[in-house]
Ligand binder design. Structure first.
Ligand code: 3NM
Length: 237
């Protein structure tokens, strides 16, 4: 797609959109994305929504297109009219067709997707970044949020990037915070959530910490509680 196409793109922000009144997604207070699990099956979407998660990404990597679509259909059927920000990784055409809240794209997917079509369909767009170069590319697209990773070592995804660390995350947040929501990803655990939150990052995304936990319900509740508590520290007073 030409640069001209990209220049015309304007993705919806994460906040409440007047034109969506009465529709599935309605976030009057425009909270940050907060605790953001990334899962590979629709049944995880169901289980985590039941624990109070309201931002989630379905990232299916090992199924064909048709089976992936079935997973998205199942997840959306469960979400129905719950106020959940449901992002689909990569499969942007299916996400448009089925009416997901948004799409998350990596840098390679960004090249292949028709961003103009995506933006015109009203879906939110999150983009992964791992370097200043990738950040520049993401900014050129004016997305709904920007993810930075991997913050710590991760075994969930093979990447040619070493961990960014907390200082780089702090730089990203300081640079971007009045323009874009930032999501931190990669090796994030309950134990690390507090120091991440201290950077001012609005959201932390994780796979293993939740899906490989001995007790995912407990970890999910602890993450939600911790994030809530830290968010309400009276430091802005
Ligand atoms: N993207 P875990 S890191 C899917 O840096 C993904 O872009 C990353 O899994 C990035 O929480 C990552 O198990 C894996 O480390 C996150």
């Amino acid at each position: 797609h030409s640069q001209q196409d990209i220049a015309l793109v304007d993705f919806p922000k994460l906040c409440y959109q007047p034109e969506l009144i009465g529709q599935t997604f309605n976030f009057p207070n425009c909270p940050e994305l907060g605790i953001y699990p990334v899962v590979d099956k629709a049944d995880w979407v169901e289980k985590l929504i039941d624990e109070g998660i309201n931002t989630i990404q379905l990232r299916v990597k090992d199924l064909d297109d048709e089976s992936t679509k079935q997973q998205i259909v199942s997840a959306l059927a469960y979400l129905n009219d719950k106020s959940v920000r449901f992002f689909v990784n990569d499969h942007w055409q299916t996400a448009i067709e089925l009416g997901a809240y948004g799409v998350h794209l990596g840098q390679e997917d960004l090249h292949d997707a028709n961003l103009k079509t995506l933006a015109e369909a009203g879906l939110r767009l999150g983009i992964s970044t791992h370097s200043y170069w990738e950040l520049a590319r993401a900014l050129a697209v004016n997305p709904s949020y920007i993810a930075l990773g991997p913050i710590y070592e991760t075994t969930s995804k093979q990447m040619p990037f070493s961990p960014q660390g907390i200082e780089r995350l702090q730089q990203w947040v300081d640079l971007l915070k009045s323009h874009y929501p930032v999501v931190a990803i990669g090796g994030i655990t309950l134990e690390r959530a507090e120091q991440l939150k201290a950077t001012g990052v609005g959201s932390v995304a994780m796979i293993t910490a939740i899906t490989q936990a001995n007790d995912y319900k407990k970890v999910t509740r602890q993450l939600l509680d911790l994030w809530q508590e830290i968010s309400s520290y009276p430091d802005q007073v």
